[in-house]
Design a protein around this ligand. Sequence first.
Ligand code: M6R
Length: 607
Amino acid sequence: MCGIIGYTGRKNALPRLIEGLKALEYRGYDSAGVAFVHKNGIKAVKSKGRIALLEEKLKGEQESFCAIGHTRWATHGEPSDVNSHPHGTDSVYIVHNGIIENYAVIKEFLTEKGYSFESETDTETAAKLIDWFYSKEKSPISAIRKALEMISGSYAIGAVFEGYPDKIYAFRKDSPLLAAPSEDGGFITSDISAILRHTREFIRLEEGEIAVLSPDSIEILSTDNTPIERDFETVSWDIEAAEKGGYDHFMLKEIFEQPDAVKKTLSPRVTDGLPTLDITKLAGRCVGELGAIHIVACGTAYHAGLIGQYAIEKLARIPVKVELASEFRYKNPILRKNDLVIIISQSGETADSLAALRLAKERGVRTLAVVNVAGSTIAQEADSVLLTWAGPEIAVASTKAFSVQIALLYLFAIRLALDSDTISEEEARQYCTELTTDVPAAISKALDLTDLCSSTAQKYKDNSSIFFIGRGASSALAHEAALKMKEISYIHCEAYAAGELKHGTISLITDGTPVFAFLTNRSTADKMISNIREVKTRGARVMLFCREGMPIPDGIADDIIPIPSLSQLFMPMSEIIAAQLVAYYMSCHLGCDVDKPRNLAKSVTVE
Ligand code: M6R
């Protein structure tokens, strides 16, 4: 959600910023802007829309060796040139990720001092507050500190000050910000992928610190402004991982990375055929003492939690509640001291999930994070962490992160079950073998469905609404399939437990209404077939995601996508691939912006 980049050094900053903003565009793409130091002071250039438009506006600008830039996902004020970042005055400009919660109070304070405001943004109030203190204190550090005493909310901010033409100041709270050295200068960024062409080393700023970047140094000041030494971290993946690698879109590339991502996430955690996860360490107590498990997450990660719930309850017979993070926080959840709260998040920065994690910790409940981004805020704050090793996920629509999340939850469920004596060692070995070998193979096989998924999408692309139905874990999967389709193709989709349709929603089925049905569960196949017949007889056009080899009665399906077979527990891992591919091609055939769907951002750092 919004992206920040800044550079101060010996080379022209503007091309570096444009290149970085393009890499960050997946985080926000309503508008973008830069503020750069030039011979007469600081100049800001901003543009509604994509980075290419900003790039156009910057053509002909003189070189600058110090600049900050931003790509925006609007929260306060519509996307427009004037609401774009950077915001500021002749003396100071800032770029900001997050939300200044008390911006109205600050605005009132500044209005009394004679300030006026041109944008509707919260960020402009923060910029002008810093300007106010800068005019009094004459020191950027003192101005920032004074302003932060008044600001509440979340922020990652990069600032440039008139009078300090080669310096960038950076600070953060609840939103990530990195400072990184390179051969020809220093960078700040909210996401390392923006600067990977220049450096692989970075420092993760801590709350309360201020980083001061000069062309040859990065100074980190602690809360009392004492310089502190910090070790650099090194990025573990390379630039290719954050590029399209010959695929038309990041989403397709990431769909195809799933067999490897699943192997990478699972293999190091299985030894001698059994999961090496140490439940006592992860849960803070042995399985026998464990109460309920609460899985809390948003969006796709929430759907992964629903599949995890099926697996844990089936194998380990431990009660699991799955909650939307945005609801969990405000419902005064019943948490008992022996419970475990599992937060699932690809980015590790989702504000709702972070708030849920903090609530659980305040209540003294043990927390475990399942996170893809090492060092993210959720990964840092949780009591224990299980990293999914999917590599960077750039497309807004989450695909490989979902697969590794459920793969890891399966492994966790197997270990829990083994430790709870609800399955035997032999059963655990069988499950592990299937999970680590058959599942990646089935995912690879499902990827061969590309052409069929594309032609199926072509047939259904002109519908304005699609139903997804399934039973058991496939009902949870139907929700994920519907979310994928909605977010990137803008077709309205409804997901239902197949048995629930007749309790109301079936009234929406008329001639030609598309129903995408998951017929993969052998034990409930008869019931599922009855549910499909119920919609078929009311005129539905049925597209079946059907387990390979499953007998299909005549006349129930108009189209069929055969899903590579696995044992029932793991079927979602192969079902999801076909669902992702259909959603992907639907978006392509409709001419939508697959990787950057409207109104969405990759990492949602506001509540
Ligand atoms: O980074 P997180 O996993 O915490 O993100 C949660 C959701 O915002 C995310 O899964 C979102 O629903 C995706 N756009 C779905 O494709």
